[in-house]
Structures are given as C-alpha cells and as structure tokens.
Write a protein that binds this ligand. Sequence first.
Ligand code: NAD
Ligand code: GLY
Length: 367
Amino acid sequence: MRLVEVALGERSYPIYIGQNIWHEIPRHFAERVKPGKSLLVSDETVFPLYGSRMVEGLQKAGFAVSSVVVPAGEGSKTLARADQLYSAAIAAGLERRDLIVALGGGVVGDLAGFVAATYLRGVTFAQVPTTLLAQVDSSVGGKTAVNHSLGKNLIGAFYQPKLVWVELETLSSLSQREYLAGAAEVIKYGVILSEALLNLLTARWQDFLAREPELLTAVVGDCCELKAAVVAADEREAGLRAILNFGHTLGHALEAATAYGHYLHGEAVLAGMVMAVKLALGKGILQREAAATLLEMFGRVGLVSPPATLLAVDVLAALKHDKKREEGRSVFILPEAVGRVGVFADLDAEAVQQVLGCYLSGGSARG
Ligand code: NAD
Ligand code: GLY
C-alpha cells in the first residue's frame, strides 16, 4: 500500500492507495476517526458493487453504519439531493464528531463532502473514490460542491477529509470510457508538473490501459502526490492551485455549451488541453517538439469529436460565464515545456477563436 500525505498542518490527512486493501479499512479508519455513528453515501451503480465491503469494513472498525444511495450521475449534485442527505444524517442521529463517508465517483464525493461541510457546521468526512478521475483528482484537496440551475459547482465549500481511501480494485468495473476520461486528468498532471510521469505513461501505455495493478499504484500515487503538494502550497486557490485547471478553461466552456450532455468531464478537459497546446504554440511560448510530444500523448487517449451542431459562438459565450475569469478576461493555463505551465490572461480573442474553430471543424490532436 502506498501512503501520500496532504500536509495542511492540523488538517493534514493521509491518502491510502492500494489494490485489494478492503481488509485494512478497519484498522486505518479506526486510527484516524474515533468510531461512532457513520453515514455512507454512494450511488445506485457503486453501492451494489462495493457497498457491502465498505459497510463491513466500517462495522469492523466499530462504526454504526447507515447508508444513503443517490441516483448515479451529475443530476445528483443538487441542493435537493443534499437536503435528502441532511435528513438521512438527522435520522441516523449523526453528531459533530460522527463520520460521513463518500463511496463513489466525483459526483458522490462532491455531494457528500458538501453535506459533511455544512451539516452541523461540519462533521468528519472520508473519501473512498471509485473512478480514476475521483482517485487522482476530486477526492484530494477538499473542493466540495453542488450545482445551481445557473451553473456547475456554484455552491460549495473547501472542506478537507480526514482520510482518502483509494481501493484500486474498484477500477476493474469502470467502463473504458470513464477510465479514459480519468486518464486525461492523469496526463494533465504530467503536462503541468512531471515529465517523469509522462515518460512512465508513454513507456507503459498498454499496461496502463490494461489497468495493471502495480503500475496503477505508482501512477495514482504519483498523481495524488503532485496534487497534494499543490494543495499544501495553495489550499484555497489564491495562486498556484490554478495550474490544476490546465485544459479546463475551454473544457468547461465545451461542457457548458453542450449542456453537460455530450462530454464526460475528462473528455472536455482533453479537448481543452489540445487547444491550450495550440494556443501556447501560436503564442510562441512552447517549442514545436514539446507540443508534438504532448499532442501525441493526448492522441493516445483519443479526442472526442464535438457535436456537429456545436457552434464556436456558443462555446465563446460559455467562456464568458466562466467563474474563474479575472477582470472580465479568461485565464488560460498554457504549457511552456513538458512538465511546466504558466498562467496567462492576455490571450487575444482571435487566437482563441482560431484553435476552437480548428477543433470544431475536426482538426486532429496531432494537427
Ligand atoms: P461520476 O461520479 O458521475 O462517476 C461516473 C460514473 O461511473 C457514474 O455513473 C458512477 O456511478 C460510475 N462509477 C463510479 N465508480 C464506478 C466503478 N468503480 N465501477 C463502475 N462504475 C462506477 O463522475 P466522475 O467522473 O467520477 O466525477 C465527475 C464529478 O467530479 C463532476 O461533478 C465534477 O465537477 C467533479 N470534480 C470535482 C473535483 C474536485 O476537486 N472536487 C475535481 C474534478 C471533478
Ligand atoms: N480539480 C481542481 C482542483 O482541485 O483545484
């Protein structure tokens, strides 16, 4: 088992990562959280697969367990669903020191984390992420949120868990499409922070696709370590943490312009990363050879085509509603070399339109 620490002073916490580590849950959970009442939150896909093992682990640790299962998918990230969870917490008699556990992907993690942050002004929280995206990204760093009808993740809180438990065995049931969407986030870490991670992925791409356990432990562990260091340096995104949004400026705009119905998050981020590389090339801040390396890597995951009806004007309109804009300008994270990025708010609209037009008209990842 690999252990990564998120160093945040008194709120520091461990991320445990391993294959088939279910039996170690009782010891580590009881070590980190005083056993009492717990509320296990999961979704309709994940709970039948892994709910009983999680309940068993928590019970062996000495927790009384109540469960609440929400529909799978982004539609569950609402205040109405949060209200259902508050009711379940009240019915279970959860007190301030008791535990809420999220078992599922980023949707369950964000929703349960938001409820943990706000119920009784904050109860103890643990993340048990079951998608690749959640294991390398959403379960680490304390961002929690639900959506508003006017935008995604508009209502939320920074709230760190007491521990993150990454059982890699759960990835065995994940669809290939979801796995590849998570792979886009894995590659993101390589592009922004670690040439070594990209080299490892390149050398062992077939093993990565085959979800080879030892490699996954290394890759997921490296991603968590990279994210943990960024979060430790800038928990509330005052500066450095923004680099984690590489590919997200145009990625989010694509998701919003397609009403979150066409792309998985990682798929939109991948398209955003391709466009960011092309923007960096055009701006003259990235060498052609480095750009080719990055585009080749993105090509391995496979770029999702936009819907034929999607218009650049709609994506650009969505870009204007990005909550991370600064003084009315979109902020782009652009690669400067393999493993290094910078933050830019000075891109001209024409350059953005050009790379977007290229993607919408079917320009390839290698183009
Ligand atoms: P998700 O939670 O919707 O999971 C994707 C699908 O996979 C769901 O249908 C789920 O039921 C299913 N699933 C989950 N684990 C499975 C498993 N082991 N086997 C089979 N099926 C499984 O989506 P996601 O991609 O994990 O997360 C996306 C969400 O994460 C978005 O809401 C996004 O906003 C959020 N997010 C948050 C952060 C953060 O820092 N908090 C970062 C990135 C993304
Ligand atoms: N997913 C971006 C962040 O956690 O900051």
